[in-house]
Design a protein around this ligand. Structure first.
Ligand code: 5GP
Ligand code: ZN
Length: 115
């Protein structure tokens, strides 16, 4: 747990947040400023800056985060209409929260430069 990390605090229940999904290793919750009708963030409970910090031993966790995104998309009825899962790593990608997260976006047509 990283001090002053907002997503660590959410994932560890230090900030009360409605979690869309949770298990031992990941948590998912609604984005504060949604850019689509469905905008969920999927985060690992273990603090890491971004995708750049993951190694071979993390493949299971990374796979689990994507499977979780697919699971949430299914639960929210997005399978047929479609959805997008993305992660921003570093300044050029516009990463603004320094704790790894995958965005799950859906519920409208998504242009490619939007997120
Ligand atoms: P990034 O730009 O780093 O890929 O995405 C960070 C996302 O986190 C943004 O979409 C932003 O709206 C969201 N966000 C920032 N602070 C909070 C917060 O305190 N709670 C929630 N639920 N989302 C947040
Ligand atoms: Zn963190």
């Amino acid at each position: 747990m990283e001090e002053n990390c907002i997503f660590c605090k959410i994932a560890n229940h230090e900030i009360p947040t409605d979690l869309v999904y949770e298990d031992d290793t990941v948590a998912a919750f609604k984005d504060l400023n949604p850019v689509a009708p469905v905008h969920i963030l999927i985060v690992p409970k273990e603090h890491k800056l971004n995708l750049s910090q993951y190694k071979e031993q993390d493949e299971k966790l990374l796979g689990h985060m994507l499977v979780t995104a697919a699971h949430i998309a299914r639960e929210l009825g997005l399978e047929e209409s479609g959805y997008r899962v993305i992660t921003n790593a570093g300044p050029d990608a516009g990463q603004s929260v320094m704790h790894t997260h995958f965005h799950l976006l859906g519920g409208r047509k998504l242009s490619f430069d939007k997120q």
